[in-house]
Ligand binder design. Structure first.
Ligand SMILES: O=C(O)CCC(=O)C(=O)O
Ligand SMILES: [Fe+2]
Length: 447
């Protein structure tokens, strides 16, 4: 894996000139009014996605820019936002360490229920989470984007990749399912037919619209047939060492069915790793929820029992999610995560590796989004009815922004993790599908 980071901000650099050439080529025949019907969300995505000229981040909230202990991080790649770019309010987290250390978090008057916890995950825990994501989690029995199309090694693609890099194993080719005629794990369990859709080669997540889930339509959702996606017929065998860069996501907990954008509850709850569960619970326990909802986010949208944030300390229990692996060219389009039966419980999102521009708007793409620069160790919590139903996305991974604390050190094999991370952002995105006390087996009946 080689990476042409260069300095995209320096007009004399090769990286700058290459981006300019590509830009000229791709915009030569573009009509003048191409942006006429873009929604504000789309316009923001386009702005931050642009490779040339590199986007100006002066309207992007970058809280690391005000933190002297993160000074080195904010010089990486020449990408820096501003700590005063967006209106937000500082709040103090409950003391989690018993040392009297009161860490700061931020809430946003425009998006009630959104909480940003800069640098919440300590440096050593960031390393452990990266290792967990690649080595322990992105492998069977957990589903990844590659499983539909390839017969992956049982010991996990990353573990084979490490052995190849260390010269302990040949760089063998991973064979597409279609070549071997091997059904995907999901197919073997389900019906012999495939979904009546076109096979989609491994690539970005498909963002199709779906009906918001709720306790009222749970039974119907649970009954919807969820046929496995068909493997692509056109893929060729790929060496282990190149397939690793095609890893895009790995499922956590309840199995998510991308074809219907619904959870498939018939496949069991799946496990939540201890370190992920602990990190998420720590965030939810330390957030002073009365401060977050102090503006009084009305009674609307909370469901039958009204607002329940005052009980989250006891009732929050993560049970599903996804690990996203973004290469620097990847983006995640505007979307709403509305497949969870519980539409208000906190969604905890942990950023690792390279930094990104995260956009969060409102109920529709017509609401102009707030741009936030997320760096390794930052945690975003999306909670309550307004924020959990807000459009959000990731239009840009910022090249060359691996922070110094993820470089070097003597921990085993870290050089390979570091090399991969130079061009990657990992996002651990964890949700609670069921409200506490909702029994999927009993409560689905008779509704
Ligand atoms: O990568 C991120 O920060 C957000 C990911 C996300 O929105 C999702 O997985 O649904
Ligand atoms: Fe999302």
């Amino acid at each position: 894996m080689t990476l042409d980071v260069g300095d995209i901000h320096d007009p004399t650099s090769t990286a700058y000139k290459k981006a300019r050439r590509k830009h000229w080529k791709s915009t030569r025949n573009r009509p003048d009014n191409v942006d006429a019907d873009w929604t504000p969300f789309r316009a923001a995505e386009k702005k931050y996605k642009a490779k040339f000229p590199p986007p100006d981040l002066s309207s992007v909230l970058d809280l690391a820019a005000a933190d002297p202990s993160r000074a080195e991080e904010t010089t990486r790649g020449g990408w820096r936002g501003r700590s005063d770019a967006v209106e937000c309010t500082e709040i103090f987290l409950h003391d989690g360490t018993g040392t009297g250390d009161r860490r700061k978090a931020y809430v946003f008057p425009g998006t009630p229920g959104l909480v940003l916890l800069p640098s919440f995950v300590p440096h050593d825990e960031q390393r452990r989470l990266v290792r967990w994501a690649l080595r322990d989690h992105a492998r069977s029995p957990n589903e990844t984007n590659l499983d539909t199309h390839y017969v992956l090694p049982r010991q996990g693609l990353w573990n084979d990749y490490l052995r190849v890099r260390k010269g302990e194993m040949q760089d063998v080719e991973v064979i597409p399912r279609a070549v071997l005629q091997v059904p995907s794990p999901a197919t073997a369990e389900a019906t012999p037919e495939y979904t009546q859709t076109q096979a989609v080669p491994p690539g970005p997540r498909q963002l199709i619209s779906n009906e918001p889930a709720s306790p009222d339509n749970y039974a119907e959702l649970a009954r919807t047939p969820k046929l496995p996606a068909p493997p692509s017929q056109t893929l060729r065998p790929v060496p282990t060492s190149s397939l690793i860069s095609k890893l895009r996501w790995a499922n956590i907990g309840w199995y998510y069915h991308w074809g219907t954008k619904q959870y498939d509850f018939t496949r069991g709850p799946g496990e939540i790793a201890g370190l992920v569960r602990r990190a998420c619970k720590r965030a939810v326990e330390q957030i002073p929820w009365a401060r977050v909802f102090a503006g009084g986010e009305g009674e609307d949208g909370w469901g039958n029992g009204g607002p329940d944030w005052m009980h989250w300390k006891e009732t929050y229990e993560p049970d599903a999610g996804i690990v996203n692996f973004y290469q620097t060219k990847d983006t995640l389009m505007a979307h709403v995560d509305r497949s969870e039966i519980c539409a208000t419980s906190p969604l905890v999102s942990i950023s690792l590796g390279c930094a990104a521009v995260f956009l969060i708007g409102g109920r529709t793409r017509d609401d102009p989004p707030t741009p936030i620069l997320l760096r390794s160790g930052d945690v975003v919590v999306m909670s309550g009815p307004a924020c959990r139903r807000a459009y959000h996305g990731v239009p840009r991974i910022l090249e060359g922004t691996l922070p110094p604390h993820l470089e070097g050190g003597s921990d085993e094999d870290w050089e390979y993790y570091e090399e991969y991370l130079r061009g990657t952002r990992i996002n651990v995105n964890v949700r609670q599908v069921f409200p506490k006390g909702f029994n999927p087996l009993l409560d689905g009946e008779g509704r």
